[in-house]
Write a protein that binds this ligand. Structure first.
Ligand SMILES: CC(C)[C@@](O)(CC(=O)O)C(=O)O
Length: 198
């Protein structure tokens, strides 16, 4: 996975609550056996008409919006445990999703994929969605080491929570196996010390 340290980016707004995993990646696309390629079908039924022509009104098709941050309504990622939802967002190019509440399983799947679920208050979420609608170029600065989201145009910085282990993994670009492999020196030192005990 890519290392995640600090991201400067505008954001794409999706001011809808309860966006479920089937809206994020419809079940008919779950047949692939690798993580790559799901981005092509991210929000498929919201992005494209039945004849596969893009829906110009949908935020991801609107040239006003860009960036690696998705700002979405509360209860994002609800509905199922499919990891493909996180894979589709990451494969499309998003590295942060901001909402005021994430479904638990989606939060875990996102962190395992290298996608940062960044939780803010309902009030801050509402301000962000309104501000991005007014100014699509609004820059957001996400700094994972300090666990902060800054909005330079506001002169404000917001803190966010993250599991310490998952924070270390994202900063280093580790999945769970990478983390364990990087503990090898400590494991070998422990085994050597135990060898003395026996
Ligand atoms: C196994 C997977 C395809 C699942 O059935 C899992 C689930 O429903 O949580 C889904 O629809 O996402």
């Amino acid at each position: 996975m890519e290392r995640f340290q600090t991201l400067h980016s505008p954001a794409v707004p999706l001011p809808l609550e309860n966006i479920d995993t089937d809206q994020i990646i419809p079940a008919r696309f779950l047949k692939a056996t690798t993580r790559e390629g799901f981005g092509d079908n991210l929000f498929r039924d919201w992005r494209y008409n039945p004849d596969n022509s893009p829906k110009p009104e949908f935020a991801l098709n609107n040239p006003r919006y860009s960036g690696q941050v998705l700002v979405a309504g509360k209860n994002f990622g609800c509905g199922s445990s499919r990891e493909h939802a996180a894979w589709a967002l990451y494969d499309y190019g998003f590295r942060v999703v901001i909402s005021s509440y994430f479904a638990d399983i989606f939060r875990g799947n996102a962190l395992n994929t290298g996608l940062l679920p960044l939780q803010v208050s309902d009030e801050t979420l509402g301000r962000l969605l309104a501000a991005i609608h007014e100014n699509p170029a609004l820059e957001l600065v996400v700094d994972l080491p300090s666990q902060t989201l800054a909005v330079p145009a506001w002169g404000e910085t917001f803190s966010f929570a993250i599991d310490p282990y998952k924070k270390e993994c994202l900063i280093n670009g580790y999945d769970d196996i990478d983390f364990l492999v990087n503990q090898k020196p400590a494991i070998e030192a422990f085994e050597k010390q135990r060898a003395w005990v026996w």
